[in-house]
Design a binder for this molecule. Structure first.
Ligand code: DX5
Ligand code: ZN
Length: 216
């Protein structure tokens, strides 16, 4: 199966956001990764439902909305209505994760769990059969342009082997420090979807950047 690429608009030029999104979607990106940060759960503030809603008409591409916020339950319906297709929430930020996953599903959207680098994948084993996607952070969430933490790949391998054993179909996504070199390692470990911010938006030719990561 070909690896899916999810450009993260965190590294895009927000003064021309529509053009930036069109460029990566025309270049064959599979998902558009949207990083939502609240300044509490992570030390940065980024995008809210209003922005998601305003960019929704730009392209039919799948919106992969990564919530790095406290009290996610409260905001899930708003992001769903704004046009999210996949909503992912952090294990570390959701005290009642099983309920939160079901809340996302009730909106009709795909649900995913995100794990920070320091969180063992075993923590989500009891509910892994309920999700559409598991997202492994290979940096500490909050900012683009950080270096890849290779130790996380052991967790990717573990999730891939559980998926096979349990005959599940969730996607495995990796986010943080993905470039041509690290993409290869992610793919070898069993990742299906690669998020990349700076490695795509800092390049002049986005199509070439996407293809290089996909074919790494
Ligand atoms: C970090 C975000 C990432 C970030 C990735 O908290 O979740 O999606 O945009 O940026 P790069 O690819 O530059 O590490
Ligand atoms: Zn992200």
């Amino acid at each position: 199966m070909t690896t899916k690429i999810a450009p993260s608009i965190l590294s895009a030029d927000f003064s021309i956001l529509k053009d930036e999104i069109l460029e990566v979607s025309d270049a064959g990106a599979d998902y558009l990764h949207i990083d939502v940060m609240d300044g509490h759960y992570v030390p940065n503030i980024t995008i809210g439902p209003l922005v998601v809603k305003s960019i929704r008409p730009v392209t039919p591409i799948t919106f992969d909305v990564h919530l790095m916020i406290e009290n996610a339950d409260h905001y899930i319906p708003e992001f769903a209505e704004a046009g999210a297709d996949i909503i992912t929430v952090h294990y570390e930020a959701c005290p009642h994760l099983h309920r939160t996953i079901h809340l996302i599903k009730e909106t009709g959207k795909k649900a995913g769990i995100v794990l920070n680098p320091a969180t063992p994948v075993e923590m989500i084993k009891p509910i892994i059969h309920t999700v559409d996607l598991v997202l492994f952070m290979t940096v500490n969430p909050g900012f683009g342009g950080q270096s890849f933490i290779p130790e996380v790949l052991d967790k990717v391998r573990q999730a891939a082997s559980w998926r096979e054993e349990m005959e599940l179909t969730f996607e495995i996504e990796v986010d943080g420090g993905v470039n041509q070199e690290t993409a290869k390692l992610c793919k070898e470990a069993g990742a299906d979807v690669l998020v990349a911010g700076s490695a795509i938006f800092n390049e002049i030719n986005r199509k070439e950047a996407i293809d290089k990561i996909r074919n790494a």
